[in-house]
Design a protein around this ligand. Sequence first.
Ligand code: BGC
Length: 369
Amino acid sequence: IMKKREYRIFPICLLLALAVCFLAACSSGKGGTQESPGASKSTSKSTSESANGSGNGVDDSGESTEAAEKKLRIGVAIYRYDDNFMKLYREELRQYLEEAYNAEVVVRNARGEQEEQISQVNEFIEAGYDGIIVNLVDTDRAGVIADSCHEAGIPLVFINREPKADEQARWKTEKMVVSCIGTDSKQAGTYQGGIILETEKRGDFNGDGVVSYVMIMGEKDNEDSNYRTEYSIKALEDGGMKTEKLFSGHADWNKEEGRKLAEKALALYGRRIEVIFCNNDAMANGAWEAIDAAGRKTGKDIYLVGVDALEETVQYIKEGKVTGTVLNDHTGQSHTAADVLMKMIHGDEAETRYLVDYVKISTISTLQK
Ligand code: BGC
C-alpha cells in the first residue's frame, strides 16, 4: 500500500518542483538585467577600485528592482593609493557608505596627478553621480573641482587635504553645496610636543636645558606638515624647554624617504640628536629603522614621535621602538564625510568645514583603553 501511495505522490512533487524552478528562473532573470547596468558602470572604469558586488540584491517582493535603481552612486577620488593613512581612510569610507547608506561606491586613484584627478571627477559628473568626495592632490586646485560639481548640481565633500580658507569662504558666499572634513593639525603638533614633555627627561637627554631635534616633514605647502611642525616645537617651548633644530627636511609622508632623511641626520649630528619628530607615522617607522641601524635606543638615548596611529607604529610603541603617536581618526573623519555628503544629497544644509579631533597616544595603557 505504501508503495502505491509513493508512486501517486511522486508526479505531484515533480510538477511542484518544476513550477518552483520556473518561478525562480523568472525572478533571477529580472535580477540579472537589473544588475548589469550597475556592474558595467563600475567595470568600465579600468583604474577604478570598485569591488561593488551590489545591484543584485533581488528578493521575491518585486520591489527590489526599484530599490536597486534608487541606490545612490558616490564617486571618491583619492590623491594616491600608496599613502598608508589614506588607505585606511578610503577603505573605511567605502565600507561605511555601502553599509550605512547602501550606496554604490566607485573609488579612483589619481596617483599624485592633479590633472588626472580632475578628469576622474569629470567622469563622475558626466555619469551623473549623486555625490562626490575628493582627497585633493593639490589643495590650490580645489576651486576647479568645486565649480564643476556646483555647475552640475552635485554635492561635494573634500577630505583630508583641506582647501585654503578663502576658497572655503567662497562656497558660503556663492551658496555652493560644498563642504570639507579636516583636522586641527595644530592640535596634533601640540600633542606630539606634549608626549616629549611627558618623558622622563622632557626630551633633554644631556641635561643642558635644550631639546636638540630633527624634524622630518610631510609634503611642502601642506597644512598638516606646516602646523604639526610648528606646534610640536611650540608645545615644547610653552612647556618651558629651549629648542634647537639640528636638521629638517620633507619626506613627503613616505616611509622610505623618512628612513633616508633620518639616516642622513644621524650621520651628520649623531649623539647630539635627542628627539626625532615626524609629521606622520609612515615616516616615523622609517626613522626607527635608521635609529636602529645607527645603534641608538629609543627611550634610552633618543625619542621618536609620529602622527596617525598606524597599526605598525602602535606595535612599535608597545615594543619601545617609538615613543608615541597621535591618533588621526580616519574612522571619525570618513564617517563624518559620508554623513555630511548624504545630508547635502538630501537637501539639508551643511557647514562649510567639520573638524575631527586627534587623540594623544603615548603609553601602553592608553593603547589598551
Ligand atoms: C596623514 C598622513 C597622510 C596625509 C595625506 C595626513 O593627515 O597624517 O599620514 O600621508 O594626511 O594627505
